[in-house]
Structures are given as structure tokens and as C-alpha cells.
Design a binder for this molecule. Structure first.
Ligand code: SMG
Ligand code: MG
Length: 375
């Protein structure tokens, strides 16, 4: 069969969120998502590779966004992958080498590589968890709580999540929304509640004296207070803050992680596979952190079941000792495009099946699809 028989589909969908998600960067009331299907010759609906792209509709969080990822895939990456597939030898290692040779575009590269990986694993019946080398069977998870309209609303949301069984709460903070909500949550739910905060780069090093005040709240960690490229600022803060500093947006590669650890800029790491260019690179960052005694957790981008299933497989690796931002389906969506993921005693269980184990519900997917492009 020729490589021309490979079907590559880009699909855009929009799913309403059960509640708005506001961070220091903006607010989302629905999830607009780009999905990539890679169907090699002879594959079926069950063995098609599916991946979810981490890009948002606007470049508010990552510099790449849906329109630029579409262009990168259509103009450069998918034609390159087709050419590699038409050549001799196993596809994945040659595709990875070619992707590593190109600068930038981690979100686009991750979507492509993940869809090809999913298809290859489905073809040979291997779960992604096994491929990545993880052996945990259930993952303790937390919930990331957006910025609400009021303290009362925040307490109401947190109380609902604790009733659901979440093991830790992450509050989004920004200048003007930090000390007061933290005090209210501690007063309402006690000092034993595992609590952490994420600023999404909203502070500056001039805020260090203010941030030192957050030590009073006994937090598990403070995530990404400063701009992504300010490793030195994070190192300065980490030197004085008792609360562990955790980097998220700064962790763009294995090299960036090594630099952050070596500078003392981070005590723990939020690993988002899309941001670093895919699951194998995410695993390398996990391994590097493990070698330095730096614990990690798996971050989230309000994924549909396709991305969630892959993130759960990654989180089975042993150094994912902090509860991840991988919540149950009901925290995000009334109806998802795959099987739903349920919280059991504060844990999620990665699906058993080959590849990501995600089972696409084509009826729901068709209902929420806004555009389909064949590449
Ligand atoms: O998927 O549950 C989730 C959201 C987790 O807070 C979350 N993600 O910076 O860690 C982070 C944010 C990024 C998403 S806002 C664009
Ligand atoms: Mg974050």
C-alpha cells in the first residue's frame, strides 16, 4: 500500500464547559479543540490514531494557537510525515528525528506524533501506559479551580469538589485575588486540606515581598508566579520562600528543565506533554526530574477524553507523585467525545485498551464538530 492511502483528518470541535474557567490570562466558557486523526492503510475506526492538540483559539496562553497549528500541520508537518511513511524503515523513530530537527511548534508536533503513536500502538495492541513504562493502576488527582465572581462562589465550588472526593485543590490566583481567597478557603476547610496555587505568570519579581506572605497558608506549591523566561526571578523567589516553587510554562524542553533545576528555580514541575512536544519528551523530563529528586505532576488543558486518556497513561510513571490536574469528565463536560472518566476514591483509572484507550463516541463528536479538513 502506498503512503497516499494514509488518511489524515483535522477536526475542530466546541464543547460547552460546565462552568467558566477564569485564570490570570483570561476566561473560557467552552472548549474549542483541534483533533487529529491518523488512519494508516487498512486501519479501522477502532485502530485509527487520535490525538488532541493543546492549542487554544487565541494565543493567550501558548504562542501557538489553533490557526497556526493548522498551518504548520498542513504546510509542513503532515507532508513531511507522509514522505517519511513512504520511505523504508519504522515510521516513529524517523518521524521523531525529523520533528526534533525542526525548531519550535511543540503543540503541532505533539499532535502529529501522538496520533501516529496512538495508531501504531493500536495496530500492535499495546496500551500507551505500557509503552511509556508506567505501572500504576490508578492516579490520585486534584482539581484546578478557576477565579470565580466572589469568595462565596469559590467556597461553594471547593465544597462541591471536596464532596466529589478530589484529593487536592489548586486555586488560580493573580494580584488582587490571592491572600483573601486563601484565607477564606483555609478558614472554611481547615489546614489539612492539600492546597496549592497557580498564578500563570501574573506576578513580577517586585512582588516577591508580597508572595513571601503566602507561606502563611501552608501550600503544597506555588505554580509559575513569573513570566516563563524568568528562571532567575523564580530562583530568587525559591531561595526565600518556604513554599515549594513549581514551574509550568517555563518547562518547554529537557534542556529548559535541566537549567531550571540547576539554577534552583523549581522544586517541582508541572509536565504538560503538548507544551514540550509530545509524550516521549514528557517522559524524558519526568526521568530527569526523578534523577534530581524533583517531584512532578501531570498538567491539564481542560482536555476532552482523547487528551485525558493519554495524560493518565503518562501519569502512571513513578515520579508523578503529586496529584495531577486530570479531573473527572463531569468537572469539565456534560457530554464528552469519548467514554467518561469517573472519580473513584479521589483517583482516576487509565483505560485498559490499546493506544490511549480512548474510545471516540462518533455521535457526540459529530454533534460538536465545527469543521473537518482532510490533509
Ligand atoms: O485541565 O483541569 C485542567 C486545567 C488545569 O489549571 C489548569 N491548567 O496553567 O496549569 C495551568 C492551566 C492552564 C489552562 S488555562 C489555559
Ligand atoms: Mg499552570
Amino acid at each position: 500500500m502506498s503512503s497516499g492511502d494514509i488518511e489524515v483528518e483535522l477536526r475542530e470541535a466546541e464543547l460547552p464547559l460546565v462552568r467558566p474557567f477564569r485564570t490570570s490570562r483570561g476566561v473560557e466558557t467552552s472548549k474549542r479543540v483541534l483533533l487529529l486523526r491518523w488512519s494508516p492503510p487498512g486501519s479501522t475506526a477502532a485502530t485509527a490514531g487520535w490525538a488532541e492538540c493543546g492549542a487554544d483559539p487565541e494565543p493567550t496562553y501558548y504562542p501557538e494557537y489553533i490557526a497556526t497549528v493548522r498551518l504548520a500541520l498542513a504546510d509542513v508537518l503532515v507532508p513531511m510525515a507522509r514522505e517519511i511513511a513512504a520511505g523504508d524503515g519504522p515510521l516513529l523513530p524517523r518521524l521523531r528525528a525529523a520533528l526534533a530537527d525542526l525548531p519550535g511548534m511543540p503543540l503541532a508536533k505533539s499532535a502529529l506524533e501522538s496520533a501516529v503513536l496512538d495508531a501504531e500502538l493500536r495496530a500492535c495492541g499495546m496500551p500507551l501506559r505500557t509503552y511509556l513504562g508506567g505501572d500504576r493502576e490508578r492516579i490520585p488527582v486534584g482539581v484546578s479551580v478557576g477565579i470565580p465572581d466572589s469568595i462565596d462562589e469559590l467556597l461553594d465550588w471547593v465544597s462541591g469538589y471536596l464532596d466529589d472526593g478530589y484529593r487536592r485543590i489548586k486555586l488560580k490566583v493573580r494580584p488582587g485575588w490571592d491572600v483573601e481567597p486563601l484565607r477564606a478557603v483555609r478558614e472554611a476547610f481547615g489546614d489539612a486540606l492539600p492546597l496549592q496555587v497557580d498564578a500563570n505568570q501574573a506576578y513580577r519579581t517586585s512582588d516577591i515581598p508580597h508572595l513571601l506572605g503566602l507561606d502563611a497558608f501552608g501550600l503544597l506549591l506555588l505554580e509559575q508566579p513569573f513570566p516563563a523566561d524568568d528562571l532567575l526571578g523564580h530562583a530568587r523567589l525559591a531561595a526565600d520562600l518556604a513554599t515549594p516553587v513549581c514551574l509550568d510554562e517555563s518547562i518547554t524542553s529537557v534542556g529548559a528543565t535541566a537549567a531550571a533545576i540547576s539554577l534552583g528555580a523549581t522544586d517541582s514541575v508541572n509536565i504538560k506533554p503538548a507544551r514540550v512536544g509530545g509524550y516521549p519528551i514528557a517522559r524524558s523530563i519526568h526521568d530527569l526530574c526523578a534523577a534530581h529528586g524533583v517531584p512532578v505532576f501531570c498538567g491539564g488543558m481542560l482536555e476532552t477524553g482523547i487528551g485525558r486518556a493519554m495524560n493518565l497513561a503518562l501519569a502512571c510513571l513513578p515520579n508523578f507523585t503529586l496529584p495531577g490536574d486530570i479531573s473527572a469528565t463531569s468537572r469539565y463536560y456534560e457530554r464528552d467525545i469519548t467514554q467518561h472518566f469517573e472519580l473513584v476514591d479521589g483517583h482516576l483509572v487509565p483505560p485498559e485498551g490499546p493506544g490511549s484507550g480512548a474510545i471516540v463516541d462518533h455521535d457526540v463528536l459529530d454533534d460538536v464538530t465545527t469543521a473537518v479538513t482532510m490533509l
